[in-house]
Write a protein that binds this ligand. Structure first.
Ligand code: SF4
Length: 324
């Protein structure tokens, strides 16, 4: 049976903002209700439009931000109750690959130093030879050559820089990686190379990955499970096949209906949501989608729907699927 590596319950992150002259305290509800779980060795694709709270969720999991409320359980431990030494170990087990590898790689360091640094900090090896061997192994694992270790980040293409970021993220042999829009800045042909590399490494190392993207085709390619976020809330989640073949939530249906179908003989009805996404500093009452939802009912403006399991492993937060 598969083991749950990460469990998130009712996670919230509200950022305080000052409201003009009245100095009334307001909050940007970047993450408002996120509940999900990820099994070991699984790729969980978190998808949603820009500003929906996906990246903040990733940073909360990595302990880079403190949650306002909710629980994050990693490898059986609640990460808000860890001692300093346990937190240090947690940092080793969790890594991130950013969208922009150029910004995340120190331009003054050669690639050798970039990859070696986390292993030196965590004192993984006793001798220089052992460290050397591992740095060379890692650069080869991501499809680059030994001679690349002697170069600086600016001497590489975007795809190569992302390979270097991946090598660095693997240096501490992590259990869990957050890939935050990791292929979004790359050309489509390079995107597929990096996705293939991530998929290969995920299988080889039995890695667990939270793959954050706004791009449904990328999410469909790489994920085992998918979570759909809207305005700080996970509104639907389940196995990739279920989400893409039989979406339940009106927001997921609208997102999928906007994806072009490669076969011109097939037709799909386009579902248009009214208006724009409301501001996370002033989210609507009840269901966050209700001002825009073509299926809304009276209850939708009043009550936030629970995230319910409607079929095995397929969860949806919508009053259309409330228990009768
Ligand atoms: Fe639409 Fe109501 Fe379902 Fe929200 S709860 S998605 S408003 S039908």
């Amino acid at each position: 049976m598969s083991k749950t590596l990460l469990e998130i319950n009712k996670l919230k992150k509200h950022f305080p903002i000052q409201n003009g002259l009245l100095k009334r305290k307001q909050y940007v509800k970047a993450v408002n209700d996120v509940t999900l779980s990820i099994d070991q060795g699984e790729v969980f694709g978190l998808v949603g439009e820009s500003g929906c709270g996906k990246s903040t969720t990733g940073r909360l999991i990595l302990n880079l931000l403190e949650p306002t409320d909710g629980q994050i359980i990693f490898d059986g431990k609640d990460i808000s109750n860890l001692s300093k030494s346990e937190l240090r170990l947690l940092k080793k087990d969790m890594q991130i690959i950013f969208q922009d590898p150029f910004a995340s790689l120190d331009p003054r360091m050669k690639v050798y130093g970039i990859i070696a640094e986390p292993m030196v900090t965590h004192k993984l090896f006793k001798t220089k030879q052992e460290l050397d061997k591992e740095v060379r192994r890692l650069i080869n694992v991501v499809g680059l050559k030994d001679y690349h270790l002697d170069r600086y980040p600016h001497e590489f293409s975007g795809g190569q820089r992302q390979r270097i970021s991946i090598a660095r993220s693997l240096a501490l042999d992590p259990k869990f990686i957050v890939a935050d829009e990791s292929v979004s800045a790359l050309d489509v042909s390079i995107q597929s190379q990096i996705l293939n590399l991530l998929k290969k490494l995920q299988e080889e190392y039995n890695l667990t990955i939270l793959f954050i993207s706004h791009d449904l085709s990328v999410i469909k390619y790489i994920s085992d499970q998918v979570g759909v976020m809207y305005l700080g809330n996970v509104v639907e989640r389940g196995r990739k096949e279920d989400i893409f073949k039989d979406p339940l939530h009106p927001y997921t249906k609208a997102l999928l209906s906007a994806v072009p179908i490669p076969d011109p003989t097939l037709k799909r009805e386009r579902i248009i949501l009214e208006g724009d996404i409301p501001s996370p500093s002033n989210p609507p009452s009840g269901c966050p989608l209700h001002p825009r939802c073509p299926m809304k009912m009276d209850i939708c403006a009043v009550e936030l729907p629970e995230l319910r399991e409607t079929r095995t492993g397929h969860y949806v937060s919508c009053h259309l699927y409330a228990e009768k």
